[in-house]
Design a binder for this molecule. Structure first.
Ligand SMILES: *Cc1c(COP(=O)(O)O)cnc(C)c1O
Length: 365
């Protein structure tokens, strides 16, 4: 059955180009050399996008982004280790949940939904608790749209010589990141976010000498990060278990299109323009943003519900969907919000069309 097409303004899965979807029209063998070569090219490109320096390697992992986060947490922190998580939203909390489920010793510095991590508190934690071995933080906390200052956090983490893990799921490819410059040891993202591929796998760019230490640490067989990496290295692009071949092809095409667009800086600028067009338009219609501008990412924006009894998200959502736009419900505990993503195959003209649709959808007042 054919559904009416709409533009996804959600932070993954997101709107992809027709050409990314088209390369999935062929069935690909999972162990064939041509296919493995594509995997190796993808890994090399990811490393280049993450850092101009050498000393990094990349691992692709089946599943949604959370599987890759769980793979990193469960494979890097040793039995006697301790993880400090800086959380200011749902995805930070998820890292804590993963650690608890895996019975990893974990402490949390929670700065609340609307604030960046508290650097002073981080300094205190690192000075007072020598047992901490790893620090994890989310770059763009997609639940609110806040962009955490992972470079400034890095200064403290590295001064104390801890392993630094960054969930850059919704930012990698959409915001410039410098793993070497910022001292990041493990960076996690997935196929269906700013690289603009389709869902099916996540990936990890890792400092090679840190990943090498992780042999035998994993608490899971299928999510063993070192195991998966070892197989990909030894067998030149082979995954341990069935790989999402169509998704991988689409991802290779998406990487090509990122390059054609001009790279991460240019894409980042398009997202910024999208976000500015969105906020200017929404504010002109009377909507208010959850976050102050200084913390707002170019990835996704949270808006407060209009202060009107007649407003329901469900009706607003349905009105917009009927006009060709799909938005996202909110996910913060403090206050009612909805979210609109700026990432994917979306440009400022699309956002202007969205603003017109929003204006037509205002059924309250
Ligand atoms: C999307 C996302 C994830 C992973 O979510 P999945 O639904 O498992 O793909 C993790 N962290 C952040 C910050 C995200 O935006």
């Amino acid at each position: 059955m054919l559904h009416k097409p709409y533009l996804l303004l959600t932070p993954g899965p997101l709107s992809t180009t027709r050409s990314v979807k088209e390369v999935m029209l062929m069935d690909w063998c999972t162990w064939d050399d041509d296919y493995k070569r594509i995997v190796q090219e993808i890994r090399a490109q990811l490393i280049k996008l993450a850092s101009p320096e050498s000393g990094f390697t990349a691992v692709l992992m089946q599943g949604s982004g959370t599987f890759s986060v769980e793979s990193v947490i469960g494979s890097t922190v040793p039995e006697e280790g301790k993880l400090l998580v800086l959380s200011n939203g749902g995805y930070g909390d998820r890292i804590v949940e993963i650690a608890k489920r895996l019975k990893i010793n974990v402490v949390i510095n929670d700065s609340g939904d609307r604030n960046p991590p508290d650097l002073e508190k981080l300094r205190e934690s690192l000075e007072s608790d020598a047992a901490i071995t790893h620090v994890a933080v989310v770059h763009c906390e997609t639940t609110t749209g806040i962009l955490n200052p992972i470079d400034r956090i890095a200064e403290l983490v590295k001064r104390h010589d801890k392993v630094y893990i960054v969930d850059a799921m919704s930012s990698f490819g959409g915001v410039p990141i410098d793993m070497e410059g910022w001292g990041i040891d493990f960076l996690i993202s997935s196929a269906n976010k700013c690289i603009q591929g389709v869902p099916g796998f996540g990936f990890i760019v890792a400092r090679r000498k840190e990943l090498e230490k992780c042999r035998g640490r994993a608490r899971s067989l299928s999510l063993d990060l070192h195991g998966q990496w070892y197989e990909m290295e030894e067998n030149k692009g082979k995954w341990r278990y069935t790989s999402p071949t169509h998704t991988v092809r689409a991802f290779a095409q998406a990487l090509r299109e990122l390059e054609l667009e001009g790279g991460i800086d240019i894409r980042s600028e398009r997202y910024r323009q999208n976000q500015k067009t969105l906020v200017d338009g929404m504010c002109a219609l009377g909507f208010e943003c959850l976050l102050p501008r200084e913390w707002q990412s170019p990835i996704i924006t949270s808006f407060l519900y209009p202060r009107d009894e007649a407003f329901t998200f469900q009706r607003f959502y349905t009105e917009l969907k009927s006009r060709g736009f799909v938005i996202y419900p909110g996910k913060v505990t403090t206050g009612d919000t909805f979210r609109i993503g700026n990432i994917g195959d979306v440009d400022p003209e699309d956002i202007q069309e969205l603003i017109k649709a929003v204006e037509e959808s205002i059924y309250w007042k």
